[in-house]
Design a protein around this ligand. Structure first.
Ligand code: ADP
Length: 444
């Protein structure tokens, strides 16, 4: 500080010496003072002007210059800050460049969207997977480029769905999996992957399972038939009879598994159009399904309700598959004397709703999202060796989806579970009278 002042004071002393010198020469002290002051002010003004020029030119480090005293200090300060700023800018630029190169090299299509779902940035794979041109489509609404109805629905609430599978808008033979997640402030990141190979392997596996199950069904029916006959053969000893019974039980299990696999491959085989299906009176469906389980609405533990003037437009075997699996589970995962409620209702939107409610063991929260996956069984059920294939709820989920229905599951461990299936209103049929092809539920 002292150094800075010394420099400024010495400038003033020089000015004073100059004034004295001028007074001695001219003999006019006032004119000499005026001249000295003017010179000093001009010199000061020139320094301010230079500083301003440098600031105006963007304080370029290459144009930095030396001055005296306070001015020099100001220039050094600005110069140092500019150097730090330049260094940071260079580093950020480098990070951005590397990030850009890395994202561009990702095999997945990546698109950055703003809160209006308009494209802000996209990488190369987005071009050949989604048909997005990084330059020309900038600012375009993503829905104008990917016009698939499923995608447009997904766009309305992407957070509700984990991901979406659709045909690529560029090539319909390519299946892509799309996911949109929140990104930064008011931005979204869309990623899309080519899953055609995976899909083909899955399809191959599914058709292999369907074919193998189909091929196994006939020989197994023959084997079961012989075993059924054999179990009543009086010539067999007690030990042999026990063995035949055990073999019969196992072949029954295999038959059930094969039937489940066949039903699952049937429900997964194609999408049902809204108008497709046949009139299925709901009381008849219920009675048949309960009959298949060896139960009826007259059972003391069953509380049934249905309206015999209502029917569903759908595929009988598949809707019965839903009912059989839900009711079977409700009993299977409840204590022996625990009641089960099944009911059909019609809401004010004309949607038919099927509910199956039990007061059994319930489902742990961590299992809830997995139980509709094929082959999934909760670990405690496996541990207790409760029989099952893990296919029941997969059938329920797929058959519901095929009929355009919503499946909701609520459960409290130790309290019970409720499974609700809401069929779309276009599947509801009002029968003219209860005699229209309806089997009263009590008569099942
Ligand atoms: P499975 O009954 O053959 O094991 P599902 O697909 O029908 O296969 O069911 C999957 C899993 O969901 C079951 O293993 C069980 O853990 C659980 N689950 C299904 N229904 C119920 C229910 N009503 N109560 C408790 N747990 C259930």
């Amino acid at each position: 500080m002292l150094k800075l002042l010394t420099s400024e004071i010495s400038a003033i002393i020089y000015a004073l010496i100059f004034w004295v010198f001028l007074t001695l020469i001219t003999g006019l002290w006032s004119i000499a003072l005026a001249l000295t002051m003017t010179g000093y002010v001009v010199w000061l003004y020139y320094r301010i002007y230079r500083l301003n020029q440098w600031l105006d030119n963007g304080t370029k480090t290459s144009q930095v210059y030396d001055d005296q005293g306070i001015f020099n200090q100001i220039i050094r300060h600005i110069y140092q800050q500019k150097k730090v700023y330049n260094k940071r800018k260079k580093r950020t630029k480098e990070i951005l460049r590397r990030l850009n190169t890395n994202i561009s090299a990702l095999p997945d299509a990546t698109v950055l969207l703003n809160d209006q779902m308009e494209i802000e940035w996209s990488n190369k794979p987005a071009h050949y997977l989604l048909g997005i041109n990084a330059r020309l489509d900038l600012g375009m609404h993503i829905g104008n480029l990917i016009r698939h109805p499923k995608f447009l629905r997904y766009l309305m609430a992407p957070e509700n769905n984990q991901h979406l599978e659709i045909d690529s808008p560029v090539d319909r033979q390519t299946t892509i999996q799309i996911k949109i997640v929140e990104f930064g402030k008011n931005q979204r990141l869309l990623t899309a992957r080519n899953i055609t190979d995976q899909k083909q392997i899955q399809e191959g596996l599914k058709s292999f399972i369907a074919n193998a199950s189909h091929e196994l069904k006939t020989p197994l029916t023959v084997i079961s038939g012989y075993l059924e006959m054999l179990q009543f053969d009086e010539q067999l000893g007690k030990h042999q009879q026990t063995s035949v019974k055990a073999a019969l039980q196992q072949s029954e299990r295999m038959k059930n598994l094969i039937e489940d696999l066949l039903l699952l491959s049937q429900v997964e085989s194609y999408q049902l159009q809204p108008s497709e299906g046949e009139t299925q009176p709901i009381c008849e469906l219920t009675a048949n399904s309960l009959g298949a389980l060896g139960k009826s609405c007259n059972d003391s533990l069953l509380d049934c309700s249905c309206d015999d003037t209502l029917a569903l437009n759908g595929v009988r075997a598949e809707i019965e598959g839903i009912l059989i699996n839900l009711v079977d589970n409700a009993f299977k995962y409840s204590p022996e004397d625990s009641p089960v409620t099944i009911r059909w209702t019609l809401n004010d939107r004309e949607e038919l709703i099927f509910e199956c409610i039990d007061q059994g063991r319930g489902i742990a929260e961590k299992d809830l999202e997995k139980i509709t996956d094929r082959y999934y069984r909760s670990p405690d059920v496996r541990g207790e060796q409760i029989k099952g294939s893990g296919l029941g709820l997969a059938i329920v989920k797929q058959a519901s989806a095929k009929h355009g229905a919503r499946l909701e599951i609520h459960s409290e461990p130790g309290e019970g579970s409720s499974f609700t299936i809401t069929f779309p209103s276009y599947r509801t049929i009002h029968l003219q009278s209860s005699s229209d092809n309806v089997v009263p539920i009590k008569s099942a």
